[in-house]
Each structure stands twice: as structure tokens, then as C-alpha cells.
Design a protein around this ligand. Structure first.
Ligand code: SAH
Length: 393
């Protein structure tokens, strides 16, 4: 299956956030003339209704129908007047990306390939574990950040996802996994760890996470919604003032020299700058909160005893838990996974220094759904430079 050529207009480097949102809306309208209600937070929908002379409480009703009950058909919204339903039907729709492929792994992991209006495809993964179910959500078509060990990076970058495309992943996964919305919750956790760098699609990711936390929408606890970033420091500082979610940092190296090679954005925001931003992020939060440090274990690259000891020194004053991720290989990669013994020894050094350390289980590998294996189908992969130029914003 090949996608049609992308219809996305290049984003300009001097775009302000307001201008960017406008362009995104125009882009959606090019493919569908109707307003997609999946694009709205509760507050946004209240404003939308007020502008049309409707009572704001209508927004709460509709948000519940859409997100709690997974309804995309206005005729089923029985507590909304017929007149309003007809008006909504005429000007709007509730439209998530289309499922192209729905693969289940032998270990219960689920991966969806979703097609967007412009023909690009993205991936979303569900990982069931004892007592919880985690959905790994994408934030961009491809990624601009060129981390050398990540297969999404090799896809290049095309564009940011809209709010509807981000929250639409949760909407679809819930519809498939929990067909009876009143039954027990199947998706208990969301991690923004799919394709893309969430902090480079700041406004749309914040709106989507707002819906995840909203009691009238998904009502997930703030500890169960995690944003993972390679460290876009100015955006991290904005984030802490705007929304309270758990934070994961893709560190992967204990010093700048090595991290510059693995995670190139480190050249712009080196480790010390990033750690200071993490401490600011935690400032004022309950003492129990910790930042998750992600560390992919690369054979003979970042996995020696010395690297482990350096990591201990680096993080000794930061409340963290460390997540060691066995590297998931992909075709033509130059890296190999550290042996289980090596990962074990690395972990012992961290634990001896009282650092909470978890080795992430590799899941869904038979369907290419493991960390860093998400690739989707990205049209026109050449937009990395354009996007990179915007990192300052
Ligand atoms: N851009 C964000 C989120 C996407 S990556 C970030 O950098 O955090 C989600 C996690 O998977 C990150 O920690 C990333 O470094 C890790 N990852 C990427 N490629 C991987 C691979 N091939 N094997 C294991 N983990 C990988």
C-alpha cells in the first residue's frame, strides 16, 4: 500500500504559534469542509458553542458523547436537541484517522497503522501489562530530530499532527479495545512515545493531553499520562506552567560528548541545561514525583560500568527513576543491543547507588511495534530542515 503524495504546504520558519494553528486548520479544510469536533478541548468547544449562541453546557454533553461514549454519530446524542444535532451535522463531524492495518502481537501488543487525510500514515501501539494497559501515541508524521538509533528518525519529517489526529489515536484504540464504553477501563496509561517529538508540536500535544486528563473526556490521572522528550528545553519550561503530566527524558548518555552523537539536539540544549529544566519542572510538585530517565542500551556505545557510574554522578541530586531500554534493531542500523548480562550489570551499579531502575520489557517486536521501530509512512521526508529551524519557538 502506497500513500498519495502529501498535500501539505511547507510551514514557514517565521511562523508564530497562532499563525501555525491557523495554517493547520486551513490544511484540514482543504481535505474536508467540515469542522472536526475531535480538534476541540472542552474549553474550545464551549467557545465554539458560545460563538453560535448556544449554552456552554452543550459542550460538556458533546465532549462526553465523543470521548466517554466513543460516539461519532450525532443521531445517537439523545440528550441534545434535534435542532442542534441537525446544525452540528451540517457544519461539523467527528472524524478520527482511518485504520489501515490492525496487527496483534503474540504477546498481546496491538499496533495500528492509521491513514491521515493527506495520505500520510502514523502508528499507534497498545501494550497490555498486569493491571494496566498503555497506549503509545504519535505526535508527528516522522520526526525532525535525527537521533541516530531511532528508526522513526530515518523516516524524515513531514508535519505536525492535528489535535484530532493525536486524540483520535486514543479514540480509535478505545473503540476497538473497549467496545462497551461502560465496561472497565482498558487503556489506563498514555505515553507520548510514538513517532515524533511531542514538544515540537507543542500546542496540539498540550490540547490532546488536556483531553486525556479531562474528567468529561478520558479522565486519566496525571501520573498516567507521560510526555517523553529528547529535551526541547524552552518548551519544557512552558509545559510546566500549562499542564501537569509525568515527564520522561530520553537521555541515553551520561556526558555531552556521547549524547551529541546519539541525540543531536543535545548540541543545542546540553545535559546540564536539560537537567536544570527537569528540576524546574519538578519544583513545586509533590515530593513523590520523579522524572523517568530513558536510556537505550547500545552495545559498546553507552553501556560500560564507567558509563553507569558517570550516570550515577550526573543524576545523584535529581529525583529520577531510570528506564533501561534494550535497543530494538531495525534494518541497516549501525548499533546492536547490549547483552542481558551487560544490562544486568549496568542496572546493579545504578541500584547500588539507590537509583530506582527498571529494565523495560521488549514488547511487540514480532509486529515492529517496539520502541524506535515505529515508522509509519511518511510522504515527502524533506521537511526536517524547516522544522529544525523552528526549535527556538
Ligand atoms: N521524541 C520523543 C518520543 C519518541 S521516542 C523522545 O525522544 O523521547 C520514545 C522512546 O523510544 C525514546 O526514549 C527513544 O529514545 C526510544 N527509542 C528510539 N529508538 C529506539 C530503539 N531503536 N530501540 C529502543 N528504544 C528506542
Amino acid at each position: 500500500m502506497r500513500s498519495a503524495p502529501g498535500s501539505v504546504k511547507p510551514l514557514q520558519t517565521n511562523a508564530t504559534p497562532a499563525r501555525r494553528i491557523k495554517r493547520q486548520t486551513i490544511m484540514n479544510q482543504a481535505t474536508s469542509p467540515k469542522i472536526n469536533l475531535l480538534d476541540f478541548t472542552s474549553d474550545g468547544l464551549k467557545r465554539f458553542f458560545q460563538e453560535r449562541g448556544e449554552k456552554p453546557f452543550r459542550a460538556t454533553q458533546i465532549i462526553k458523547w465523543i470521548h466517554q461514549f466513543n460516539i461519532d454519530d450525532y443521531s445517537k446524542m439523545t440528550n441534545v436537541s434535534k435542532a442542534l444535532r441537525a446544525e452540528l451535522e451540517a457544519i461539523s463531524e467527528i472524524r478520527a484517522p482511518a485504520i489501515v492495518l490492525d496487527k496483534a502481537s503474540s504477546d498481546g501488543t496491538h499496533k495500528w497503522l492509521l491513514r491521515l487525510d493527506d495520505g500520510n500514515c502514523i502508528e499507534t501501539v497498545f501494550i497490555p501489562e498486569d493491571g494496566r494497559g498503555t497506549l503509545c501515541v504519535s505526535s508527528q508524521v516522522g520526526c525532525a530530530l535525527d537521533c541516530t538509533f531511532c528508526s522513526t528518525a530515518r523516516q524524515g519529517f513531514n508535519r505536525n499532527l492535528t489535535v484530532a489526529e493525536i486524540i483520535g489515536q486514543l479514540w480509535i484504540a478505545k473503540k476497538v479495545l473497549q467496545p462497551d464504553p461502560s465496561s472497565d477501563r482498558v487503556i489506563s496509561n498514555v505515553v507520548m512515545m510514538g513517532m515524533g517529538e511531542p514538544l515540537l508540536n507543542y500546542d496540539n500535544v498540550v490540547d490532546a493531553m488536556t483531553l486525556m486528563l479531562d474528567d468529561n473526556a478520558y479522565g486519566l490521572s496525571k501520573r498516567r499520562v507521560t510526555l517523553s522528550t529528547s529535551g526541547v528545553v524552552p518548551a519544557l519550561d512552558r509545559l510546566r506552567k500549562q499542564i501537569d503530566v509525568s515527564l520522561a527524558i530520553s537521555l541515553h548518555a551520561p556526558n555531552d560528548e556521547l549524547r551529541n552523537q546519539l541525540v543531536p539536539i543535545n548540541r543545542k540544549y546540553p545535559i546540564k541545561t536539560l537537567i536544570d529544566a527537569c528540576l524546574r519542572y519538578l519544583d513545586g510538585k509533590a515530593g513523590r514525583e520523579k522524572i523517568t530517565i530513558e536510556y537505550v542500551m547500545l552495545h559498546q556505545v553507552n553501556d560500560s560500568d564507567q558509563h553507569a557510574r558517570e550516570l550515577v554522578r550526573l543524576l545523584k541530586d535529581v529525583p529520577v527513576k531510570v528506564n533501561l531500554i534494550p535497543f530494538n534493531p531495525f534494518p541497516e542500523t549501525r548499533y546492536a543491543r547490549s547483552s542481558n548480562n551487560r544490562i544486568h550489570r549496568f542496572r546493579e551499579i545504578l541500584e547500588a547507588a539507590n537509583m530506582i531502575t527498571i529494565t523495560r520489557k521488549t514488547r511487540g517486536q514480532d509486529i515492529d511495534a517496539a520502541c524506535g521501530q515505529l515508522a509509519g509512512e511518511v510522504n515527502d521526508k524533506s521537511r526536517r530542515e524547516i522544522h529544525f529551524a523552528r526549535i527556538e519557538t
